[in-house]
Design a protein around this ligand. Structure first.
Ligand SMILES: NC(=O)c1ccc[n+]([C@@H]2O[C@H](COP(=O)([O-])OP(=O)(O)OC[C@H]3O[C@@H](n4cnc5c(N)ncnc54)[C@H](OP(=O)(O)O)[C@@H]3O)[C@@H](O)[C@H]2O)c1
Length: 372
């Protein structure tokens, strides 16, 4: 289609369109064609899936990072026809595109939580400087945003929920030897393999605590996690007068994705399963077994330490999870690698991106040494 995007229609660039979040986003957009237009689609190396999407959506820009290099993500994130950039890439690879989109004044619908974990202050700074806007896609953070939207101030505490993953009730020795298939067998969410393993170690919940710290500007003392195996309540927001507001829904990423596109407004969506408390049945809550899920504990401690520690936690976790998925290490080694890398890291304050990049590089190299 020649020319720009029609008036009133918002252009969406999807980074990581062939992944779990990317595909859910296209399902949402297929029901909202009069409101949004897909202007860019990128993937890493899945040519077949990308070609299929390109035939259907006819974006102005599309490509594989494996062929065109990482600058493709920045090009898509700053495309002049994109009003919204959905960053659904996995891991540190998403950072530059998030920063570039915010500097270019875009709304970033952020699924790539690793971006905020690595460089939370720099990401916030980029949005202030460029006039961009960061809106979370993670269901817990979307829940918080929905609880606080339209309410000025007074937020005192957040409680993020965690399903507990597939090993919630397992004995530590059995968890240690869990197979890849067992780790990928998540009880309530269908997700990409990296985030599914992160959910099994609960490293994902530590990443989310750090993400919440930067998004909602709360100290770590005001950020808690509770295990809620049914994944119906996504977060609780407690206000200074003790009132608590929670957001509920059947587990599906489609609602948080659409909300990230429309916040603070809402659009009708015929595709969302309507809530039914009777079908939900009992909802239960229990504490996180922090002595068992050590990656969670290490991640939250890295968040509290601040500076380069969260980027190091993230990088060590990425290396260890990749090794586990490749069959190279036991499940229990993931947390040990993270701990061993963090133990010898000298935390530095983060004032510029180069510091983050150096910490990320160092942590990856050190994690590989630990693995060897
Ligand atoms: N899935 C969920 O329900 C969920 C929920 C909350 C948050 N998140 C977060 O959302 C992000 C995406 O998760 P996902 O589950 O959708 O992952 P996924 O299914 O593995 O999809 C990842 C997408 O990113 C592309 N990609 C992977 N590595 C890349 C790289 N180095 N450079 C450029 N593109 C790359 C992949 O392309 P190829 O297909 O070509 O490999 C794919 O399109 C993660 O940060 C995750 O933590 C996911």
């Amino acid at each position: 289609m020649p020319g720009g995007t029609p008036r009133g229609v918002r252009g969406v660039a999807i980074l990581g369109s062939t992944g779990s979040i990317g595909k859910s986003a296209l399902q949402v957009l297929a029901r909202q064609r009069e409101r949004f237009r897909v202007v860019a689609l990128t993937a890493r190396d899945n040519r077949e899936a990308l070609d299929r999407q390109v035939r259907e959506w006819q974006p102005r820009l599309s490509g594989l990072v494996a062929e065109r290099g990482p600058d493709l993500l920045v090009e898509a994130a700053t495309h002049p026809d994109a009003d919204i950039v959905l960053n659904a890439v996995v891991g540190a690879a998403g950072l530059d595109a998030t920063l570039a989109a915010l500097r270019a004044g875009k709304r970033v619908a952020l699924a790539n939580k690793e971006t905020l974990v690595m460089a939370g202050d720099l990401v916030r700074q980029a949005s202030v400087e460029g006039g961009g806007e960061l809106v979370p896609v993670d269901s817990e953070h979307s829940a918080v945003l929905q609880c606080v939207a339209g309410r000025e101030g007074g937020l005192a505490r957040l409680i993020l929920t965690a399903s507990g993953g597939p090993f919630r009730e397992w004995e530590p020795a059995r968890i240690r030897g869990a197979t890849v298939a067992e780790a990928l067998n998540h009880p309530t969410w269908q997700m990409g393999s990296k985030v599914t393993v992160d959910s099994a170690t609960l490293a994902n919940k530590a990443l989310e605590v750090i993400e919440a710290h930067y998004l909602f500007q709360l100290p770590y003392a005001g950020l808690e996690v509770v295990v809620h195996p049914q994944s119906i309540i996504h977060a609780f927001a407690e206000f200074c007068d003790g009132s608590v507001i929670a957001q509920l829904g059947f587990p599906s990423m489609e609602l948080p994705i659409l909300y990230a596109f429309t916040h603070p407004e809402r659009l009708p969506d015929s595709g969302v399963r309507r809530f039914d408390p009777v079908a939900v049945g009992a909802m239960t809550f229990e504490p996180v077994r922090t002595e068992v899920f050590r990656a969670f504990r290490a991640g939250v401690e890295a968040g509290r330490a601040g500076g380069t520690a969260p980027a190091v936690f993230n990088a060590a976790n990425e290396v260890a999870v990749a090794a586990f998925l490749a069959g190279g290490i036991a499940f229990g080694r993931i947390a040990e690698v993270i701990e061993q890398v963090l133990d010898v890291h000298r935390v530095e304050p983060v004032r510029e991106l180069d510091t983050v990049r150096a910490a990320d590089r160092w942590a990856r190299e050190h994690a590989h040494e630990v693995l060897a």
